[in-house]
Design a binder for this molecule. Sequence first.
Ligand SMILES: Nc1ncnc2c1ncn2[C@@H]1O[C@H](COP(=O)(O)OP(=O)(O)OP(=O)(O)O)[C@@H](O)[C@H]1O
Length: 255
Amino acid sequence: MEHIIETNNLSIAFGGHVAVDSLSVKIPKNKFTSVIGPNGAGKTTFFNLLSGQLRPTNGEIFYKGENITKKSSTERTRMGIGRSFQITNVFPNLTVLENVRLAVQSNEKIRYQMMFHFKKYKKFEEKAMELLELVLLETKADSVAINLAHGEKRKLEIAMLLALETDLLLLDEPTAGMSLEEVPAILEVIKKIKEKGDRTIVLIEHKMDMILDLSDQVMVLFNGQLLAQDSPSEIMENKTVQSAYLGGLHDENSA
Ligand SMILES: Nc1ncnc2c1ncn2[C@@H]1O[C@H](COP(=O)(O)OP(=O)(O)OP(=O)(O)O)[C@@H](O)[C@H]1O
């Protein structure tokens, strides 16, 4: 199996606290991997290390076989590592369509002035509309971003992330703060991206039951370490994982 990310003994400490501890993992290409673990397990810190927001205290990160440990987050985005919060600078007073069109334009490295070139402008807008359809937000294309419901804003963020056309999508709790009614729509969006099969999705989620069906693989973090990485069914059966979630795991051998 081809892997898009490989980490080698990746660690980071904040003061004396080791948040990610000697993590050596491989993330399969064009698959859906979910990252789960109790509060404080190091999930978001792991993402921050992958996207370049944080520098490791030790260890290395390889992306498509290249050592990216010393690369900036901007360089990593250019190389194809996309993270949802990097584009949360949604312009609140622009419409949904305008926001996505600007993200499409920025990906094409076109200067703002080029907007006046009608043909290009049309092309960007069509691409933006396609993305809005993919995230089930096309009916809101003309709504001003500030007026969107929380779940719709998260969908807009995903559309803008997709506009960057990165091969790897790091989604940190895309359903956080959503109402129960909003959750199925965002899962549908993620499912559609997955079904296209040309991207690697890594997703942190607290609501484990929701994403197990979608996942090709589940990675469980606990105290900054890799507790297990397996298929969803194997993870569900894993006694050590069950113990971690029940708050135990003091004596792994008895689990
Ligand atoms: N910038 C920081 N400075 C100091 N400590 C930090 C920093 N970032 C994270 N930590 C600590 O590292 C540990 C891991 O945090 P992290 O946010 O990665 O966990 P998490 O698994 O994402 O948790 P949650 O599910 O609650 O979001 C926690 O103990 C947290 O307090």
